[in-house]
Design a binder for this molecule. Sequence first.
Ligand code: 5GP
Ligand code: ZN
Length: 113
Amino acid sequence: MTNCIFCKIIAGEIPSVKIYEDEHVFAFMDIMPLSKGHTLLIPKTHREFVYDMTPEEAANLFSVAPKIAKAINETFQPEGMNLLNNNGAKAGQSVFHFHLHFIPRYGQSDGFG
Ligand code: 5GP
Ligand code: ZN
């Protein structure tokens, strides 16, 4: 999709700090992290919402979630981690290309929650 910033990140037209990439998915650091190590995991095929994804697309994405979370844990050593996904502006979505947030948590000092 030509006007989508995440499609442009996948295509390398917008720079990002890449964490992981395979045939189906791309993971990169959030530009405005809610905490140290905040990462986004997206499908390479443009899908706005979770409702738009096939079970196979969702499986391809979620199957790498443990690997991404483990890499974040090893790199940043948080005390916990939230995985979350917003669907629709009302739910807090601001980029309309499906993304799964990985938000590491650091006790009192992470300034979030
Ligand atoms: P949402 O609010 O849609 O669930 O989350 C969108 C996320 O994308 C936000 O956390 C925001 O900081 C991040 N974001 C928006 N534009 C860019 C960008 O150009 N590059 C990166 N790396 N993250 C972005
Ligand atoms: Zn897109």
